[in-house]
Design a protein around this ligand. Structure first.
Ligand code: BEZ
Length: 402
């Protein structure tokens, strides 16, 4: 593994930019990898947020990916690995240029990224146009494995639909009738709230109001006051990273925690509990991971992650770790020849990974099939309550590979 670097902010003149860049890339031969390059280190682009509200999420994905590569002797498919890092800052407006730079200038063999759904969709477009292999280690934009699905695009995380749909039934079954929702107004928020609401109303529940604020704002007070006025039976939310820390603390400080229970997509409390402290206690969420999953893969992963980083692993680290495992399966099948694209994709599509999250396989759209767990924050951890829905498969609406 060679040293990584965070690249300086985008210099517009030095780069392939926007539509012009995409047009240039479109003229490159698809899947071109000269045979002579096969012995050279594999070039892996890590396009993740290293600053901003999702900075910790990006860093944990990075740490998880590198941990797995280290476990593989610093190699993928038998080849040494060179990393090229880009801080995407969770900004969709610079995403196309950043991705074009990785593909066009840095000539990476594969890109791992990213966290934010809007940034990911710009990356998906470049990956489709250029044929570059892309593994999405977090962003849940439904379209990435829906209408925009492609053979060279895989996801080791989730679709936004997948993580919250099961919670609709869990909350209805708990006798909750009226729910107010709250989230950031962007793709991930809209799709997670949409999937929850779809299943909650199907099971007899009613949404009394959908509250939103622009990403990544954290001035929650007016919306929390509105929740107090509405007096729903419960609140369902999506926030993540730094914003989730502040929302959970503000909600508790407003004294609503006991009278109007707060639920959420698991991102509300994953990687955030330590900073949320007491305010997170008792929160129930759904996600494809729980800290105390008692399977050998999770026990070994948490131990190794702690040894490497001195930090407790979370879902983001797991998704990065599994991205490297998936790439190893693909490259291993072609002995490191990243140009043998069809065979590589075939092996990745058929992968069955013994993930820390439990069994992980992929549907025809290349989105994970996985358990979604109901968790509760106890003792400063997201502890397993039950499997909310097993082997959840995203419907992949609009994907032509299904
Ligand atoms: C998203 O934008 O897709 C996303 C961001 C953070 C956590 C989960 C999803």
């Amino acid at each position: 593994m060679s040293d990584s670097r965070i690249l300086p902010p985008l210099s517009r003149r030095a780069l392939l930019t926007g539509a012009a860049g995409a047009a240039t890339l479109a003229t490159l031969p698809r899947f071109a990898t000269p045979a002579i390059a096969q012995a050279a280190p594999l070039r892996v682009g890590l396009m993740l947020p290293y600053t901003g509200t999702y900075a910790k999420l990006g860093q944990f994905i990075d740490d998880g990916f590198r941990l797995r590569v280290e476990q593989l002797g610093g190699k993928l498919g038998g080849r040494d690995v060179t990393f090229v890092q880009v801080d995407d800052e969770s900004k969709p407006e610079t995403a196309t240029d950043n991705m074009n730079r990785l593909v066009g200038r840095d000539k990476v063999d594969v890109v791992i990224g990213t966290v934010h759904s809007g940034v990911a969709m710009a990356m998906v477009k470049v990956a489709r146009d250029s044929g570059t292999m892309l593994i999405i280690p977090n962003a849940g934009a439904n379209d990435a494995t829906g209408p925009a699905c492609a053979p060279n695009i895989f996801r080791t995380s989730f679709s936004n639909w997948q993580t919250t749909f099961p919670m609709g039934k869990v909350m209805a079954d708990a006798g909750i009738k009226n729910v107010a929702t709250i989230t950031w107004k962007y793709t991930a928020g809209a799709e997670m709230i949409g999937a929850f609401s779809e299943n909650f109303t199907k099971n007899g529940g009613k949404i009394v109001e959908d509250l939103t604020l622009p990403f990544p704002q954290v001035e929650f007070q007016a919306l929390i006051t509105r929740i107090a006025q509405l007096k729903p039976d419960a609140v369902f939310s999506f926030f993540a990273g730094g914003g989730a820390v502040k929302f959970v603390k503000d909600y508790a400080a407003a004294g609503l925690g006991k009278s109007i229970p707060l639920y959420g997509a698991g991102f509300l409390t994953d990687g955030t509990i330590e900073a949320q402290g007491e305010a997170a206690n008792g929160l129930k969420t759904t996600l494809h991971y729980a800290d105390n999953l008692d399977n050998p893969a999770n026990v070994a992963f948490l131990k190794a992650f702690k040894a490497k980083t001195q930090k407790d692993g979370d879902i983001y680290a797991v998704q990065g770790f599994d991205a490297a495992s998936l790439l190893e399966i693909g490259l291993g099948a072609v002995k490191g020849d990243a140009g043998a694209r069809d065979a590589m994709i075939k092996a990745m599509a058929a992968a069955k990974i013994d993930s820390p999250r439990g069994p992980l396989s992929f549907n025809k759209a290349h989105n994970p099939i996985q358990n979604i767990y109901l968790r509760e924050v106890r003792n400063g951890r997201n502890e397993l309550v039950s499997i909310a829905q097993s082997a959840v498969d995203d419907p992949a609406r609009g994907c032509r590979m299904t």
